[in-house]
Design a protein around this ligand. Structure first.
Ligand code: 5GP
Ligand code: MG
Ligand code: MG
Length: 181
């Protein structure tokens, strides 16, 4: 296996992420205090660490479900054409739904997913993304809750991969390519 020609510089520490999730959980708990059982929908695969930490801070009755939308594949550029690869297992009609995403980048993924799930007539549907790159937006989309706004950098860690590596880093790091010439 060749040594990858990039380094990872820490951008957001595990401690900062944990502190921010506590704050976000407080806001979500208030917003959904009257909900019987909140459906928390994680977008596979990048949100799996975030959703695990978030639901454990929520202190609400939750149902956890997952949806997979097509994304970057193993590259670094969005395909812009979003397809649903794996649908929910449960019903959401008339229910309160929170969609959990790792990053809002161009906005195509969440714009498509909220339209797709919105057509099933949930009672309330909100979105949360750990990271937001507003400078990259191509469609008008704003998440209900955002962990951190970040600049236009390619990031990894805390569930987020580069070519299926680095999802298991406990922090968010920025990829720095090393020129070997
Ligand atoms: P959007 O549809 O908003 O352009 O893209 C959202 C998806 O693109 C995210 O869920 C994530 O999978 C991927 N993405 C966006 N920015 C990054 C990044 O900096 N690193 C990685 N690994 N994936 C990203
Ligand atoms: Mg994603
Ligand atoms: Mg990916």
């Amino acid at each position: 296996m060749p040594h990858p020609n990039y380094a990872i510089d820490e951008m957001i520490s595990a401690k900062s992420i944990a502190a921010r999730i506590e704050e976000l959980a407080r806001e979500i708990r208030t917003e959904f205090a009257d909900t019987d059982k909140l459906v928390v929908v994680g977008l596979l695969r990048g949100s799996f660490v975030f959703i695990a930490d978030l639901v454990r801070e929520l202190d609400l009755a939750v149902e956890v479900d997952f949806l997979e939308a097509s994304s970057y594949g193993d590259g670094m550029e969005s395909t812009r054409e979003v397809r649903i690869l794996k649908d929910l297992r449960g019903q959401i009609e008339g229910r309160d739904v929170l969609i959990v995403e790792d990053i809002v980048d161009t906005g195509h993924t969440l714009a498509h997913v909220t339209k797709f799930l919105g057509s099933r007539k949930p009672a309330r549907m909100k979105t949360i993304a750990l990271l937001d790159k507003p400078a990259r937006r191509e469609v008008d989309f704003k998440a209900s809750y955002i962990g951190f706004e970040i600049p236009d950098e390619f990031v990894v860690g805390y569930g987020i991969d580069f070519a299926q590596r680095n999802r298991n880093l406990p922090f968010i790091g920025k990829v720095r390519f090393i020129d070997e010439s």
